[in-house]
Design a protein. Structure first.
Lengths: 116, 114
């Protein structure tokens, strides 16, 4: 069975602090994809990143960085120098096969509040 | 701003009725997926269409059906509406490439079943 766990339900940080959102996944597939999405209060989901299970290199995009560790089945997301606009619900997701990329299973989400 | 649009924005239906939701794809994208998101929860995958064929389905009953048209726009149909169908319905269009991936979501349709 496939499962995505985001243990942090809600996080509050003060602006400019760094914050890490945790994601732990379970899958029996050897090939899979991991995703992070942002859902701001407006409700529209925004795709942030897709990571192939064979690529364990960490990735940085501006203030965002992702740490993929296959050994611990984790795919954590760090926001550096957080800003109020980062306030949103963040979802980690897993796609079980390489041929159904969009058949993703979402975690329950972590609600991030960045306080000015 | 993405090119994925959904209509209508909001909708109120009565239990037992049928509903059709529409989604236009981002230009150049050939895959559309639909998700149901209940209040306070993560999205749940309904199904995916690739070049007009359904090629993936989540745990939803047959009364949830869909279509993808030659221009890659899509419809989600739900028959015999139930109260639990009240949710935000999101569509996403995507394009798979060997070395990159694009996915854009529409703003969603908020369906209320009374």
């Amino acid at each position: 069975a496939q499962k995505v766990t985001q243990a942090q339900t809600e996080i509050s940080v003060v602006e400019k602090e760094d914050v890490t959102l945790d994601c732990v996944y379970e899958t029996r597939d050897t090939t899979y994809y991991l995703f992070w999405y942002k859902q701001p209060p407006s409700g529209e989901l925004v795709f942030l990143i897709r990571r192939n299970s064979f690529d364990e290199q960490n990735e940085i995009s501006g203030r965002y960085s992702w740490n993929f560790q296959k050994s611990t089945s984790s795919f954590n997301f760090t926001i550096t120098a957080s800003q109020v606009v980062d306030s949103a619900v963040y979802f980690c997701a897993l796609s079980g096969t390489a041929t159904s990329y969009d058949k993703v299973i979402f975690g329950p989400g972590t609600s991030l509040s960045v306080i000015p | 701003e993405t090119g994925v649009t959904q209509s209508p924005t909001h909708l109120i239906k009565t239990r037992g009725q049928q509903v059709t939701l529409r989604c236009s794809s981002q230009s150049g994208h050939n895959t559309v997926s639909w998700y149901q998101q209940a209040l306070g929860q993560g999205p749940q995958f309904i199904f995916q269409y690739y070049r007009e064929e359904e090629n993936g389905r989540g745990n939803f009953p047959p009364r949830f059906s869909g279509l993808q048209f030659p221009n890659y726009s899509s419809e989600l149909n739900v028959n015999a509406l139930e109260l639990d169908d009240s949710a935000l319905y999101l569509c996403a269009s995507s394009l798979f490439r060997e070395s990159s991936y694009e996915q854009y979501f529409g703003p969603g349709t908020r369906l209320t079943v009374t």
